[in-house]
Design a protein around this ligand. Structure first.
Ligand code: NAD
Length: 451
């Protein structure tokens, strides 16, 4: 099928490449000229495992290209997917990119004589596709949804760091449809996938995405709240608590003779807080939607509150090890991205930690394997911090190392490495990636979340 995708960020590019690899002809549209040129030159604008190879392959096969020309792309395709950003502004969803993109798609469709399906893939609150996208599309195209145009809402569940794998082997495909013809036509793009396909109305598809994200975020905040209780006793290691909880067969079912560890358990672990481009903004948007609907959302609001204060636990642990006065102390921060295997630093738990350290007068040197490899993001440029080219450089003369992101490169670090590179090694483990006993025995002053 011929597919155009409007918005070529993480979701747009990954979706476009995976659909092209399934044999569709895909045009990815973006209004950022630099991004479009980069993509057409075979360079991914962001880091994601295996994406560069797939991009080069699809460009060579001529089943994929990027452009700024939205109108032409829409007219050359049968399906248009909207994958623009839906950021959070004052804790509310900002729909300006959705509205603008929909107007442009509608105006292009005015000139289209064939049946065309528009699908919203961006994460939008219940009601947005029907109450905002639909009237704009109808107004600008001067056509009727259900007659000459189809409309779907197709939430995306990919996770940065394993985005291609998630897009190519989805757990399920959710298709919210304005009418059955829209759903049927749109589902053809996924005909090669054998996973369950769920057809719902537009509103349900929208809430499925928010419910999924809120569930995982709730598990994380729950795990972090329990770790605070654990820390308050000075008697419990939270890792032992989660081992005991996870072994419940309802969480880790026994299949044959083997007890399996579902991926969900990774969310029932304590750390220094969740971040990223989705969880924080989506949970806040859902809470504000609940307010708008005049329904209580106490639990969802608490998830945000717990997460807001969790990074501060790292400062408490640092002071336990290094003393109350951080003025002039050189602190190494290991990890700027919100999770490993991505270069995305949006809403990373690192930033509230860095800001608190700055306000206490500490000197900060950061390391991350990916966050500033392609270019230095403005967010990092404006902070009074130094960026190290290696972990060794970050640790040199540092009085403490704080591990914020569980990169493999950090997981592999040994106590000997810290001892060799630091005068008096203090390690604050925000992801509990090190063995407390091994590190302590080796002479490291070790503190970790939930200890
Ligand atoms: P992004 O900010 O990385 O990309 C959005 C792109 O849209 C940008 O490149 C921007 O230049 C482009 N754009 C905006 N308006 C445009 C227009 N009128 N015409 C052409 N291009 C335009 O965003 P993202 O991370 O890819 O997220 C997109 C949506 O998908 C969001 O709603 C997000 O919540 C959702 N989502 C994201 C993820 C994720 O892991 N990033 C996962 C699932 C869902």
């Amino acid at each position: 099928m011929r597919i155009s995708i409007v918005g070529t960020g993480y979701v747009g590019l990954v979706t476009g490449l995976s659909l092209a690899s399934l044999g569709h002809k895909v045009i990815c549209v973006d209004n950022d000229t630099k991004k479009v040129n980069k993509i057409n030159n075979g360079e991914s604008p962001f880091y994601e495992p295996d994406i560069s190879e797939l991009l080069k392959n699809m460009l060579l096969k001529k089943t994929f290209y990027a452009t700024e020309n939205l109108e032409e792309s829409v007219l050359e395709s049968e399906i248009t997917i909207i994958a623009v950003g839906t950021p959070s502004v004052n804790d509310q969803i900002d729909l300006s990119f959705i509205e603008k993109a929909t107007q442009q798609i509608g105006a292009a469709l005015k000139e289209d004589n064939k049946y065309h399906v528009v699908a919203v893939k961006s994460t939008v609150l219940p009601g947005v596709t029907e109450q905002i996208v639909k009237p704009i599309l109808e107004k600008y195209s001067q056509k009727k949804i259900g007659e000459n145009i189809g409309l779907c809402m197709n939430p995306e569940f990919l996770r940065e760091g394993s985005a291609l794998e998630d897009a190519l082997q989805p757990d399920r495909i959710v298709i919210g449809q304005a009418d059955s013809r829209s759903g049927e036509e749109f589902a053809k793009i996924y005909s090669k996938f054998s996973c369950p396909k769920i057809f719902t109305n537009l509103w349900t598809a929208e809430l499925i995405k928010y419910a999924a994200n809120s569930l995982f975020a709730t598990l994380i905040s729950f795990a972090n709240e329990i770790s605070r209780i654990s820390e308050s006793t000075n008697k419990i290691d939270i890792l032992d608590v989660w081992t005991g909880v996870h072994l419940d067969k309802r969480l880790s079912p026994v299949v044959g003779n083997k007890q399996i560890k579902p991926g969900m358990l990774n969310y029932i672990l304590s750390g220094c807080g969740f971040g990223g481009s989705c969880f924080p903004k989506d949970i806040k948007a859902l809470a504000s939607f609940a307010d708008h609907q005049k329904t209580e959302a106490k639990l969802i609001k608490s998830v945000i509150e717990v997460n807001k204060t969790q990074p501060h636990r790292m400062i408490v642990l640092l002071k336990k090890a290094l003393g109350e006065n951080l003025k002039g102390k050189r602190i190494a921060i290991l990890g700027l991205t919100f999770k490993p295997n991505t270069d995305d630093i949006r809403e990373s738990a690192t930033f509230p930690i860095i800001e608190e350290l700055i306000s206490e007068g500490a000197k900060i040197i950061c390391h991350d394997p990916m966050a500033y490899k392609k270019y230095i993001p403005t967010k990092l440029k404006i902070l009074p911090i130094n960026l190290a080219v290696s972990v060794n450089e970050a640790l040199k003369n540092a009085e403490a190392a704080m591990v914020i992101t569980g990169w493999d490169e950090y997981v592999k670090l040994t106590p000997q490495f810290f001892k060799k590179n630091m005068n008096k090694p203090i390690v604050i483990d925000g992801r509990r990636i090190y063995d407390k006993t091994v590190f302590t025995k080796a002479g490291i002053i070790y503190q970790g979340i939930g200890l």
